[in-house]
Design a protein around this ligand. Sequence first.
Ligand code: FAD
Length: 331
Amino acid sequence: MPQQSEPERERLLFDGRQCIGAEYRIGERLIEARAGRETLLCAGAVQSPQVLELSGIGQPARLRALGIEVRLALPGVGENYRDHYAPRLRWRVKNAITLKQRTHGVRLAWEVLRYAATRRGALSLAPGLACGFVRTRPELETPDFQYFFADASYGNAATRQLEREGGMTLSGFQQRPESRGSIHAQSADPAVPPVILPNILSEEIDRQCVVAGLKIARRIVENPAMDRYRAFELIPGKEVQSDDEWLDFARRDGVTSFHPMGTCRMGRDPLAVTDDELNVRGIGGLRVIDASIMPTMVSGNINAAVLMIGEKGAAMVAAAQRNAAPIAVAS
Ligand SMILES: Cc1cc2nc3c(=O)[nH]c(=O)nc-3n(C[C@H](O)[C@H](O)[C@H](O)COP(=O)(O)OP(=O)(O)OC[C@H]3O[C@@H](n4cnc5c(N)ncnc54)[C@H](O)[C@@H]3O)c2cc1C
């Protein structure tokens, strides 16, 4: 009987348990790249687990269900997903010029020119103009909730469409959530995005922290120092008072802060995907170097920590290179 060849797709290439390169696509062309020493997987916390799964590394039952041949059972692939989930409180303002007025109609053209000429003005601003950290319980040694203040209000945080009237927003997230979700391939086709199951607010400690953090946010903006600028609370509105009402609001209103991490977690237990040198456990010549290797969430926006992972990872690769025997080059 003729042997069935494996389907053509973007994936890592192996010789037994040794990773020897990758197949990737540019347009219609599938290209094979062979690694001299190591293959580095840096596709981020959403796609690194997907690439491993499409290459046969992950939970065997899940892979078989997608028709993917199992190369290595590694049950932690795609698990341990966490993010900073941020509900947003919004107010109408008075005596203030918000982003809306600064970028409405002809003023936007002026701001575009100003940015082009001077790199200054409304277009040079970060989305959060001020940050803050609080302890939601006095007995905590360090803060557990982070705020972002914006001189703007968005009807829909996903599309970031400014509301017709000017407003201000105080959004916030629990710094180190305990709730864990997962990110897994849903098809053997790499063009099909993986499924993200956030599972946010599934732990009681997270629910308590977020409710407390949102209540403190309201207290901050209700401070007399803000009387001059605060017109009225728009979202969630004064009808939200009890903890259950705050929790319900948090579930409905929150959005990702775009900080996915943890899906190829570093560690030494059976659910760890990478070891403390970022090697994929059980596979030779393959490291993961991105936000997916974080075992737990860092206490703030994660990009600085991801850069550090990149630098540490690069140093590990360089050290391995120094210690390795030279590669024989055929003449
Ligand atoms: C809109 C937005 C705003 C953010 N703002 C902030 C902020 O203000 N502060 C902060 O600290 N963090 C912020 N972050 C988070 C920060 O950008 C990420 O945590 C960080 O970039 C993660 O780095 P990474 O290397 O793990 O993954 P990424 O930066 O996502 O890099 C992964 C790369 O792999 C590529 N890739 C994926 N799959 C494949 C494939 N199959 N083949 C080839 N290439 C592939 C992707 O195109 C991408 O270039 C923000 C993120 C977003 C999306």
